[in-house]
Design a protein around this ligand. Structure first.
Ligand SMILES: *Cc1c(COP(=O)(O)O)cnc(C)c1O
Length: 452
């Protein structure tokens, strides 16, 4: 394009101040608004589009809106995935919420012994109760399960370098997080044994040489294998690890404390220890139902060594995590698991969901859309029990005048945003992951999205 024309068009992009003056109230800090407007105008100047002031203004408003929407905020989860990593996994219990509020806004005895009046140990109560809950000699907590693996691997590979792991357990957990890569980043050399589908005790035995730092068993978490598959039992592997004097670590991932029939035969942390694991780690915010954390349980000597490792300080949890976890652990110990949402949601009766669905549908009658009660299947998600599908109840919505995709996007634009899913061309909201007290929000959001 001719340089002169280009320059003319650039001049048509309004000044930052002019756009700022024209903006209505936007619920963002002023410096952020100014920065976004600057950035967008600069980008428009770079492009060669001819634009009117209205175009520029709309463009900037959309950018501000996108930024505002990215603010961490509550979302109504109609996806039916109970532990959705994108939605912050486990919602916390009322007890956790209350203790969080108290500790967050006040001073606390985080590292202070109230009996002696001296400096105390952090998380003493939590660690004691966790070890009672998991029938472990000792327990501790770090930032998440990945951090637990890093700490454990780093500790064990200090002298010997090899982490012995089955080829069938080199799992990718979520977006870009691979067990093998995190072990290597911790300085471990992977000693892969067996085949993808079959690993025998003899495979492990052959691999346990003088460089073996630990045997790691990883829960497959988000997939399962069927057919010509085999791997040794925890008990057999533990017996061999003792014979060869190599520590045996189990990464359980989800950490279901109480077996749940709906989820099939998940092994519990206590059972893994009983079977002979030296250390077991799992996440705090999967089926344990607490905040993001990596829980480590097992032999006293090993847990103590991990806590003395220099990395422990870098991976430790803050007081908010500790107190939310403390409340969650106590709910487990009091057998009040009905108060832990992640577990309670799994158990809600379908009839209860049907009743709520019928009620919601009555309240949105007369809108320009086909709205019906549908069937759904819920997944526990977050890398837990991939095989378990729990029957559920959905609200199926087919707007008359626009596509399911457009409807989904309008619901996401509500405050709070409502997120569903599209299956077989129909938009669905699963009621199992929507709290009953959110039904009013759902009704309002459906109305607004249908008529906008
Ligand atoms: C989920 C999972 C992890 C990672 O847990 P985070 O708490 O998200 O770090 C590690 N290992 C297994 C087997 C898992 O399922």
């Amino acid at each position: 394009m001719h340089d002169k024309i280009k320059a003319d068009r650039r001049r048509q992009i309004p000044a930052v101040n002019k756009v700022l003056e024209a903006l209505d109230h936007v619920d963002l800090p002023r410096p952020v608004i100014v920065a976004v407007v600057r950035r967008e105008l600069a980008a428009l100047r770079e492009s060669d589009q001819l634009v009117t002031f209205e175009d520029v203004f709309d463009h900037v408003m959309r950018a501000l809106d996108r930024h505002l929407h990215s603010r961490l905020q509550p979302v109504v989860n109609g996806t039916g995935v109970i532990l959705h990593t994108n939605f912050g996994r486990a919602p916390l219990s009322g007890a956790a919420r209350e203790s969080l509020a108290q500790i967050a806004t006040s001073y606390s005895n985080l590292e202070f012994d109230l009996v002696s009046g001296q400096r105390g140990t952090r998380a003493n109560y939590l660690e004691t109760n966790l070890s009672i809950l998991c029938e472990a000699e000792a327990a501790t907590v770090v930032n998440n399960c990945a951090a637990a693996l890093v700490l454990i691997a780093t500790h064990f590979v200090a002298n010997k370098s090899e982490v012995v792991i089955s080829r069938g357990e080199l799992v990718q957990i979520g977006g870009g997080f691979r067990i093998g890569e995190i072990l290597e980043a911790s300085g471990a050399r992977l000693r892969e044994v067996g085949a993808t589908n079959k690993t025998t005790l003899a495979d492990y035995s052959r691999a346990l040489g003088k460089d073996a730092a630990m045997i790691l068993r990883v829960h497959r978490s988000n997939f399962f294998m069927e057919g010509f598959v085999d791997s040794p039992s925890l008990r057999d592997l533990a017996a061999m690890s003792r014979k060869k004097r190599v520590p045996f670590v189990v990464d359980l991932g989800s950490g279901l404390v109480e077996p749940l029939e709906l989820l099939g035969d998940e092994i519990t942390p206590a059972a893994a220890l009983r079977d002979g694991a030296d250390l077991v780690c799992f996440s705090g915010d999967k089926l344990f139902g607490g905040p993001q954390a990596g829980i480590i349980i097992g032999r006293k000597k090993l847990v103590r060594a991990l806590k003395q490792h220099p990395l422990f300080r870098a991976l430790r949890c803050d007081k908010l995590t500790l107190v939310a976890l403390q409340a969650t652990v106590d709910l487990h110990l009091r057998e009040s698991t009905s108060e832990i949402p992640a577990l309670a949601l799994i158990k809600i009766d379908k009839d209860e969901l049907r009743g709520r669905a019928a009620n919601i549908i009555t309240r949105v009658r007369g809108l320009p859309a086909q709205i019906n009660v549908g069937r759904g299947v819920v997944k526990s998600g977050g890398g837990t029990s991939p095989r378990a599908v729990i029957p559920s109840v959905t609200i199926d919505i087919a707007p008359e005048d626009f596509s399911p995709n457009e409807f989904a996007s309008r619901l996401r634009a509500q405050t709070p945003p409502v997120v569903g899913y599209i299956a077989q061309g129909a938009f669905k909201l699963d009621l199992r992951t929507i709290f009953p007290e959110q039904d009013d929000i759902v009704v309002d959001a459906i109305r607004a999205a249908c008529t906008a």
